[in-house]
Design a protein around this ligand. Structure first.
Ligand SMILES: NC(=O)C1=CN([C@@H]2O[C@H](COP(=O)(O)OP(=O)(O)OC[C@H]3O[C@@H](n4cnc5c(N)ncnc54)[C@H](OP(=O)(O)O)[C@@H]3O)[C@@H](O)[C@H]2O)C=CC1
Ligand SMILES: N[C@@H](CC=O)C(=O)O
Length: 328
């Protein structure tokens, strides 16, 4: 049986999740895909940190050790920020590797370019994990777009913000307590300001805009507001009135063809579809011409939901290569 060699870039919450799932599902994936997968290298910054037992020999802090693995075919990327992730993935694609990323900060900016480059080199880019954690919004949207036009997308795209707002309302926790717990649970970004400032939701929205409309609005013209100024008093008063705070991102193609987007907190009443979406859950509503309105709901962050969709991307890509999966 053929063996596919893979590298994992980043071995924090998401990278370790990928490793665990690949191990736990090794036999199953082998049967379903007809190939063995071997994780040949793992890139980190600090190779001395104690991590998953039995992986020390795989760790390196040098990307060339990863990209020079003989027969490398797949790169899972779960590091942080635009660079060096963009440069690494570009190199991997040019070396004819499939790449699978969770890094929305990098992908919001370079996603269209990397996908074009991948096309030129005959490889695939999986990016389900860049938006809404374990919610299969990218593959759903790709399928919808085969037939439908999407006119508007609205949703809760940051699990950490939703977790914080939920805990403040339902448990009376302080903002800081809730953020600390979101970090402990692996939901928050390495720099949690990305979450609470709305920047993380904005980057995810830009990934969705590129997919749905083939373009993004001018980033400088998008109003992005976070949740960091919402006080316990405001949350309490809203609750008394039967309202809930939600952090909502939306992007819309206007009749004149321009793309309008905004990100910020919103007060919703119990009639609103986002009212019941609590905890780390995300929800994404798409308005389409034939299906009408479709909403996906599920865990928006965390080790296993995020890693699961990355391994699904791997299975889909390898299946496609073998000619037995027919989705895009
Ligand atoms: N956590 C989540 O729920 C989700 C996260 N994501 C995205 O996945 C990515 C990873 O997130 P997460 O696992 O939570 O982050 P962590 O901070 O837990 O892990 C990041 C990992 O990347 C490594 N790393 C960071 N920068 C570099 C670099 N320049 N070179 C080599 N290695 C580097 C770190 O190495 P070291 O350990 O040595 O410091 C660490 O192992 C991010 O882009 C995030 O936005 C996407 C969806 C959900
Ligand atoms: N920090 C992000 C992680 C997933 O993308 C979030 O909380 O949603």
């Amino acid at each position: 049986m053929a063996t596919i060699k893979a590298a994992i870039l980043g071995f924090g919450t998401v990278g370790q999740g990928i490793y665990h799932i690949l191990n736990e599902k090794r036999e199953d994936l082998r049967k379903k895909l007809g190939v063995e997968l071997e994780v040949a290298k793992i890139l980190v910054r600090d190779t001395s940190k104690e991590r998953v037992p039995g992986t020390r020999h795989l760790l390196t802090d040098n990307i060339e050790d990863c990209l020079s693995v003989k027969g490398l075919q797949v790169v899972f990327e779960a590091i942080v920020g635009e660079e060096p992730a963009y440069t690494y993935l570009k190199k991997a694609i040019m070396n004819k590797c499939h790449v699978i990323t969770a890094n929305k900060v990098m992908f919001a900016k370079y996603g269209l370019e990397l996908q074009e480059l991948a096309k030129q080199h005959g490889v695939f880019v999986g990016y389900e994990a860049t938006v809404a954690g374990g919610v299969p919004v990218i593959k759903t949207m790709k399928n919808l777009l085969l037939v439908n036009d999407i006119s508007k997308i609205q949703g809760i795209l940051n699990g950490t913000c939703n977790y914080i707002l939920t805990k403040m309302r339902a448990e009376g926790w302080s903002f800081d307590e809730a953020l600390k717990e979101a970090q402990a649970l692996g939901y928050a970004e390495a720099d949690p300001y990305m979450d609470i400032s709305g920047q993380d939701a904005f980057k995810k929205l830009m990934v969705l805009s590129a997919l749905a409309f083939g373009e993004q609005p001018n980033w400088d013209e998008v109003k992005v507001v976070g949740i960091e100024d919402i006080t316990p008093e405001q949350v309490r008063k809203a609750k008394e009135k039967g309202l809930r705070y939600r952090h909502v991102a939306e992007v819309e193609k206007l009749p004149d063809g321009t793309i309008f987007a905004q990100v910020g907190p919103m007060l919703v009443s119990k009639e609103h579809p986002l009212y019941p979406i609590d905890d780390v859950f995300n929800a994404v509503t798409m308005e389409t011409n034939y299906i009408g309105t479709l909403t996906l709901v599920g865990p928006g962050a965390g080790m296993y939901p995020t890693a699961s969709v990355m391994v699904e991307d791997y299975a889909e890509i390898i299946g496609k290569r073998a000619g037995f999966v027919v989705t895009i």
